[in-house]
Design a protein around this ligand. Sequence first.
Ligand SMILES: Cc1cc2nc3c(=O)[nH]c(=O)nc-3n(C[C@H](O)[C@H](O)[C@H](O)COP(=O)(O)OP(=O)(O)OC[C@H]3O[C@@H](n4cnc5c(N)ncnc54)[C@H](O)[C@@H]3O)c2cc1C
Length: 476
Amino acid sequence: MRSSTTDSGTMFSFLAILVSLLPVASASTSYTVNGNKYNVDEVITRDVTILGGGSGGTYSAIRLNDLGKSVAVVEAAGRLGGNTETYIDPGTGTPIEVGVQFFHNFTVVTDYFARLGVALTTVQAGPNPNTSVITSYVDFLTGLPDPSYVFPNFTAALGAYAAQLFQYPYLDLGFDLPSPVPSDLLLPFGQFVTKYSLQPLVPFAWIWCQGIGDLLATPTIYIMKYLGLSSLQSLQEGFLATALHDNSLLYLSAERVLGSNVLYNSTILAVKRTNDYVQTVIKQGSKTTLIKSSQLIVAIPPTVQNMKVFDSTHQENRLFSQFTYSEYFTALLRGTGIPDTVTLSNVSPGANFSLPLPPNVYAVDQTGVSGLVAVTYVSTTATVGDEIANLVVEQIKNVQVEGKGVSEPVYAVKSNHRPFELRVDAKAIKNGFYADLYSLQGEKRTWWTGAAWHAHDSSLIWRFTEGFLSNITAAV
Ligand SMILES: Cc1cc2nc3c(=O)[nH]c(=O)nc-3n(C[C@H](O)[C@H](O)[C@H](O)COP(=O)(O)OP(=O)(O)OC[C@H]3O[C@@H](n4cnc5c(N)ncnc54)[C@H](O)[C@@H]3O)c2cc1C
């Protein structure tokens, strides 16, 4: 009897161990969102769901967290920061920005960095003050230098441009445009330049507005958003950057504050907004989560691709389908054979203002680390996989100083910032595109932020975001 009891006890514990080793069948519950059924492993409830943990999304999350609201940040990548990316050279420990470089001296900026315990310092931007590095003008397509090219003195033209810019102070705040939209803002920038004799400004504007693509064909409003009043002021008085020259420190600190409220490596499956709540279904690996919230902040680019999981309205679809964008590629390379004392700037002899047309390299710049150079490139047509990275290497080989193909460039890091610079054509702007876009703000419990809603400028995006946070705190 006893023995048999012992036998059955042994059998029971053996089975218990066996069961504990088997994969646990998750107790998922089925939910139907936007007409599709999802087997959900976990349901979480927050005041606000934030899509995207880049510049606009992270700012929103930290501020709402500090205002006592619960948040869930849904981020596709395994880190916060979006276009802010810092490479630490393993040999020297030198941090090098591959993305966002600097900020404006706004209260919203200094408060944000202070909150996250990251010290700031003032830095100068613009033409490289390092006189030990000379700039050589080279056609990257042929590899031929253009010794006749002289970068124009643009000081007076910048002043004339500033005088024009002062007429449109609202551009520094967003896309709240008057009706009718001033016709000068709709002119292709090339025509605007001719109208106001701004020719000497063009090469500087081309370098400054990297990622736009065909500068002269772009409506002037987008150039004025990129090279706007705040940028002119910072060019004069200095920009801000982190004291340790590592802008990613801001986002590492934000990651610590937000902890498990950031859902990394997420794919958004569905977003449904009703009169009473927002439902967002996401997938992380094999886990599916339903986030229920009162409000939604969309801080991912509103492309057709990103929006297809939404219960979009006709108006949202009509507006977002008009956006076009470019791909802005930035990278660090070793083994290029380009001396540490040379910066190479791309020119296209014979072209208007010698400006290369996209797809094109902008420049190969020195990083301060011997043998490591930075390259920037734009494409206005969609590319796949590593297409841009391969094209860039081809063009670098063309300009290798000792001759084509002397050494094999190797990427230390590469980043394709796509989609970049969402824009619409001048006709759409004239017909009230941005008034319609802004009328979406707050509708369907949804708040929108990010570059498409203002400018590719983190400081401006944070100030813009701050403008609607009180509406959200009042609503939850
Ligand atoms: C190379 C480079 C240099 C720049 N330099 C400066 C500078 O010096 N100063 C400055 O102020 N600005 C600079 N900018 C502009 C910068 O892009 C903007 O300031 C800012 O990053 C835009 O913020 P955002 O929130 O709109 O987008 P991002 O910062 O790009 O954030 C979007 C986030 O959403 C995530 N995401 C996208 N799609 C999805 C999806 N479907 N699901 C989930 N998550 C998604 C992305 O992974 C990303 O983290 C630079 C940009 C680039 C590319």
